[in-house]
Design a protein around this ligand. Structure first.
Ligand code: SAM
Length: 290
C-alpha cells in the first residue's frame, strides 16, 4: 500500500489505536484491492525472503488480519500444497477473502476464521504452523508483544513469521503534483504525518524480545503512477479520501491545488506518481534441534 493510503487504512484512528478491527468499509476495500495489484512485487519479495528462511515448503500458513484476501490468495498461489488460515475480526472482510479465494480457484485450501487477534485466536488452528503472515495488521492489535508470543508458540521450530508495514517514506513525482505549487507533495505528506498517518511501526526489537532469531529486515517500496489505470485510480481515491484531513492543516491555495489534482486524475490527464516505502521482516522461530 502506498503511504498516502494510510488514512484509508486507519479511517477509524481511535479504533486502530485501541486495536479494534475497522468495520466493513467500501473505500478501504477498494484501496486494499488496488494495493493488491500495485504492491504485488512487495508480496513476492516477502515470500522469496520467507522461502529462504524456511527449510521446507510450508503446509500450514496463517494470514493475520487478512483484509480482502490479498495475502491469502498470493500465499495460496505461491505455495500450492499449503492450507491458508485467514484470520480477521471483520465479517465483511472474511466474505471478501472467501470471494477472492473462489475467484482465484484456491478456495479449497483457504480456511477463513472469524477471530480477534487480541483474544484466543489460536484455538481453531492446527499445531505447528509453518508460516505466519501479518501484512499491515500487527499495528492494529492492542498488545503486539502478546500476539508475537502467541505466534512464536504457534509456529513450529524453524517456522517463519513475515511482517509487513509502511515505513513512512513517501514521495510524489513531480513534487508539485503538476500544479505549480512548489513542494505540494511534501506538504501533503507532512500534513498527514502530523495527524498520525501513516501508522508506522518498527518491530525488530519486539520480534527479538519474543524469541525470534534471526530477525531480518528489508526496506522496499511500492509505486503508483498514472501510467496505469490502477495507479491513477489509486492516486485519485487516496487524495479524495484524505482531503478532509488535509483541510485541517493546509491553506486554501494548497487545498484548491489538491482539488485540481483530484479532478485531473478523474479526467485522466495528470502525469503523477507516488512512491511509498514498506518494510518486510522475516523472523524465524529457532529450531533447537538444528
Ligand atoms: C490494513 S488491513 C490489512 C489487510 C491485509 N493484510 C492486506 O495487507 O491487504 C488490516 C486488517 O486487519 C484486521 N484487523 C484489525 N484488528 C484486528 C484484530 N484485533 N483482530 C483481527 N483482525 C483485525 C482488519 O479488519 C483489516 O482487515
Amino acid at each position: 500500500m502506498t503511504h498516502a493510503s494510510h488514512a484509508l487504512h486507519h479511517s477509524h484512528p481511535d479504533r486502530a489505536k485501541h486495536g479494534q478491527a475497522p468495520e466493513h468499509h467500501a473505500e478501504l476495500e477498494e484501496v486494499l484491492d488496488l494495493d493488491a495489484r500495485l504492491g504485488a512485487s512487495v508480496l513476492s519479495q516477502a515470500m522469496d525472503d520467507a522461502v529462504q528462511a524456511l527449510a521446507t515448503e510450508p503446509r500450514e500458513i496463517v494470514d493475520l488480519g487478512a483484509g480482502t484476501g490479498t495475502g491469502t490468495v498470493a500465499l495460496a498461489h505461491r505455495f500450492g500444497r499449503a492450507r491458508v488460515h485467514s484470520i480477521d475480526a471483520s465479517v465483511g472482510m472474511l466474505d471478501r477473502v472467501r470471494e477472492a479465494a473462489r475467484e482465484a480457484g484456491v478456495a479449497e485450501r483457504v480456511q477463513p476464521h472469524l477471530a480477534d487477534l487480541d483474544g484466543e485466536w489460536t484455538a481453531d488452528l492446527p499445531d505447528g504452523i509453518d508460516m505466519a503472515w501479518a501484512a499491515l495488521s500487527l499495528h492494529h492489535v492492542e498488545d503486539p508483544p502478546r500476539l508475537l508470543r502467541q505466534l512464536f508458540e504457534s509456529l513450529r521450530p524453524g517456522g517463519v513469521l513475515v511482517v509487513i508495514e509502511m515505513t513512512g517514506e513517501t514521495s510524489y513525482e513531480p513534487a508539485d503534483l503538476g500544479t505549480r505549487r512548489a513542494r505540494l507533495g511534501n506538504r501533503i505528506v507532512d500534513t498527514l504525518a502530523a495527524r498520525g498517518y501513516p501508522v508506522t511501526a518498527d518491530w525488530t526489537d519486539a520480534l527479538t524480545s519474543a524469541g525470534f532469531a534471526p530477525v531480518r529486515r528489508r526496506e522496499t517500496s511500492v509505486t503508483a503512477s498514472t501510467e496505469t489505470r490502477d495507479g491513477s485510480r489509486y492516486l485519485e481515491v487516496q487524495l479524495a479520501f484524505n482531503r478532509a484531513l488535509l483541510a485541517e492543516g493546509m491553506d486554501s491555495d494548497d487545498l484548491d491545488a489538491v482539488d485540481e489534482v483530484i479532478t485531473q486524475l478523474g479526467g485522466g490527464y495528470s502525469p503523477l506518481a507516488v512512491a511509498s516505502g514498506r518494510v518486510i521482516w522475516v523472523a524465524v522461530r529457532p529450531d533447537v534441534a538444528a
